[in-house]
Structure formats: structure tokens, C-alpha cells
Design a protein around this ligand. Structure first.
Ligand SMILES: [Zn+2]
Length: 386
């Protein structure tokens, strides 16, 4: 690959960093092809040998209970999938991220994270699946409507308490320390009408040197979280600009918007799922002899992949639009230049690909590229100065 810097990136990457960026992207895309190809081959082999049906039949030898059988069935598939993914996750963290100086995780932390995530997904997934199974058992025709209501309510509950229940299992969140940064943020938060109590610093440096910030929760539980790595890498005004962007997401009601979208998506998904359940040809295609809820759900998941891809396109489009909106919010507070310089630092440090093919951006990216955001911010700046 040539270390020649494309014209549009001059002044952002220097030759040496650009060569590193190219090597990092290359390593990641190779890794993506190998790990993606491997998972695909495994699913294909399982389907060819009818192993889903074999698992169903074997488990039926032990129990046919309407809750236990599907919970065991999905539990085994879930744990199996996690074990297959484990060496790939390990390689990504300790070979790729480590080689480029991003990794801060240790073997011990990695193992703890793995088991904590496994347990957490098992609990949350187990509760949701049991609820859906009970509803399916007792409601009949209107199954999809009840399942939609209950699962939506449960996910709202989890996202409401996300920062208090789930994040502390993995990271420490502390209020902003006294000092120059807190004073600067305080004066901005006042102008923007956002309570300083809702701003936290998180020890992201425990796992990676990459900098980040996010907005989460709603109502009383809303909060902006700044990674300690972000605070270390950026100047005070740049941090305020990033914070302004995150508060922009809140002020423009992006959290509510994405909640509504995901609830609607869930409704459509449950309705289509209800058409698939207890379907004999589908169960047979998976190697099963008896139509069942779990084989129907599994077949549905495999078959609706194109639908999820299409929905992903729409959510990515909306998310990119929201990023521009949050940037504009920061610009309106006179933080445009600081935001550009913060975004440049974050992207260069993370060795991001700054000039991906427009189709790749359209298909996969939830955020516009740095250059797109810079252009839009400068345009807004000109407009504001008129
Ligand atoms: Zn954003």
C-alpha cells in the first residue's frame, strides 16, 4: 500500500501516521474477512448436517417442558457461539489492538469481562425469552401484540437503568473533579440548560487508549459520559465542544427518536415472527421433525437477515443525520473550530479510515466521516457568521 497521502487528508495525517493507519485498516479488514468467513462456514455446516434438529431431538429426550426446552436449546447455542467467538475476540484485542498500541486490557480483565458478559446476556436474554414463551403459551392469536408490549417495556426498563445497573459491572463512573475543566464545563452547561450533575467521567483507559464520549438514558436518568482518555488527549475547549455535541443529542431528542424506532421495529419483527412459529417446513429445513417455537424462532432469525440489513440501512441513515444535528448544536455555541480540532485528534489517534468509499459509508457507517463532518461544520459556521 502506498504511504502517499490523499490530497484531502493532508494536514490531518502525516506520512508516518498515515502508513500506520493503512496497516491498521488492512489488519482489521483481513481479520473481518477471516472471522466472518469462519462464522458463516460454521452455520453452513450446522445447517448441512441438520445439527439444529439433532440438538432439538436430543434435548427432547430430557425435557419437553414449554419453558425448559427452548431455554436449554438457545442457552447451548448461545454459549457455543460465545466459545467459537472467543479466540477471535482474543486475537483482535491482544494481537491487533495491542500491536498498534491501543490495548490496555490484561488477560485477567479479558477473562472477567467474558464471563460477566456471558452471565449478563444469559440473565437478560433468559428473562426476555421466558416472558415471550409464557405469552406464546397463553395468548394464541394476539401473541405478537402482547410480546411486543412486554418486551418493549422490559427494554425501556433496562435502558432507563443502564448507567446504574450495567455500566458499573464493567467501569467506574465518577463526577467531574474540581478544576479548570469543571469550571469551563459548568459555564457551558449553564448556557445550554443542562445539569452538571448528569456529567460523568469513565475509566475507559482500563481497556483501550481510544477516546470516546456518549449520551445515554432519558428523563431523570440521562447522563453524558466522557472517557478519561478523552480528557487526557484533548484541550479544555475541545472537551467542552465534544460535551456540547453530546448534549446536542439530548436537546434534539435523539434518544427518544431511536427508542420509538426500535419499538416500532420490534412490533414489525414480532408480527412477522408470529407467522413463522410452529411452521413444519421451516423446522424440517433445520433438521427437526416436530415444529416448535424455538426452531421457528431460529429459522426466522436466519431468514430475516436481509430485512435486518435493510432496517440497519435506515437506522444508520438517521444516525448520521443526528450526528450532523448534534454538531450543529455545538457550532451554535461558538464551538465549531474546537469541535473540528477535537474530532481530528480523536480520529487520528484511533487511526480511523478517513476516506472510505461513499457506498461503504452509506451501508455501514453510523457516523459521517471526519471530512464530511468538517465540511458541514464549516458550512454552518459561515452561515452563523452572516
Ligand atoms: Zn454523536
Amino acid at each position: 500500500m502506498s504511504p502517499h497521502i490523499p490530497q484531502e487528508l493532508e494536514g490531518i495525517y502525516n506520512a508516518e501516521e498515515y502508513a500506520r493507519q493503512q496497516a491498521y485498516q488492512r489488519a482489521n479488514s483481513r481479520f473481518g474477512i477471516v472471522s466472518g468467513g469462519f462464522s458463516f462456514a460454521i452455520v453452513l455446516l450446522i445447517l448441512m448436517f441438520g445439527l439444529f434438529g439433532w440438538l432439538d431431538e436430543t434435548l427432547r429426550g430430557y425435557t419437553v417442558h414449554f419453558l425448559l426446552l427452548p431455554l436449554l436449546f438457545f442457552g447451548i447455542l448461545f454459549v457455543g457461539g460465545q466459545i467459537v467467538d472467543l479466540p477471535f475476540d482474543w486475537y483482535s484485542v491482544f494481537k491487533i489492538e495491542d500491536r498498534f498500541g491501543f490495548n490496555k486490557s490484561t488477560y485477567r480483565l479479558f477473562v472477567f469481562d467474558f464471563f460477566k458478559q456471558l452471565l449478563l446476556s444469559a440473565i437478560i436474554g433468559g428473562i426476555m425469552l421466558s416472558a415471550v414463551l409464557c405469552i406464546y403459551q397463553y395468548t394464541g392469536k394476539w401473541f405478537w401484540l402482547w410480546a411486543w408490549l412486554v418486551v418493549s417495556g422490559f427494554s425501556l426498563l433496562v435502558s432507563f437503568f443502564y448507567s446504574e445497573w450495567i455500566v458499573p459491572l464493567f467501569n467506574k463512573q465518577t463526577p467531574l473533579e474540581e478544576g479548570e475543566l469543571r469550571t469551563a464545563i459548568e459555564s457551558f452547561a449553564q448556557k445550554a440548560g443542562f445539569d452538571l450533575k448528569n456529567i460523568y467521567v469513565m475509566d475507559g483507559s482500563k481497556r483501550s487508549t481510544k477516546a470516546n464520549a456518549y449520551f445515554t438514558g432519558f428523563g431523570k436518568k440521562k447522563r453524558v459520559v466522557l472517557f478519561d482518555t478523552l480528557i487526557k488527549d484533548l484541550e479544555t475547549e475541545e472537551i467542552v465542544a465534544v460535551l456540547a455535541h453530546e448534549i446536542g443529542h439530548y436537546k434534539k431528542k435523539h434518544v427518544y427518536q431511536s427508542m420509538i424506532i426500535s419499538i416500532l421495529t420490534m412490533g414489525v419483527t414480532f408480527y412477522i415472527l408470529s407467522l413463522f412459529l410452529n411452521n413444519l417446513p421451516l423446522s424440517e429445513a433445520l433438521g427437526g421433525k416436530i415444529p416448535s417455537f424455538h426452531l421457528g424462532l431460529l429459522g426466522f432469525t436466519l431468514l430475516v437477515a436481509p430485512l435486518s440489513e435493510a432496517l440497519g440501512l435506515i437506522t444508520n441513515y438517521i444516525s448520521r443525520k443526528n450526528e450532523y444535528e448534534a454538531d450543529r448544536f455545538a457550532v451554535q455555541f461558538g464551538l465549531g473550530d474546537a469541535l473540528v480540532s477535537a474530532l481530528k485528534k480523536i480520529s487520528v489517534k484511533a487511526l480511523s479510515n478517513l476516506n472510505p468509499h461513499p457506498l461503504v459509508v452509506f451501508w455501514y457507517f453510523s457516523h459521517p466521516t471526519l471530512l464530511q463532518r468538517m465540511n458541514r461544520i464549516y458550512k454552518t459556521l459561515c452561515f452563523c457568521n452572516l
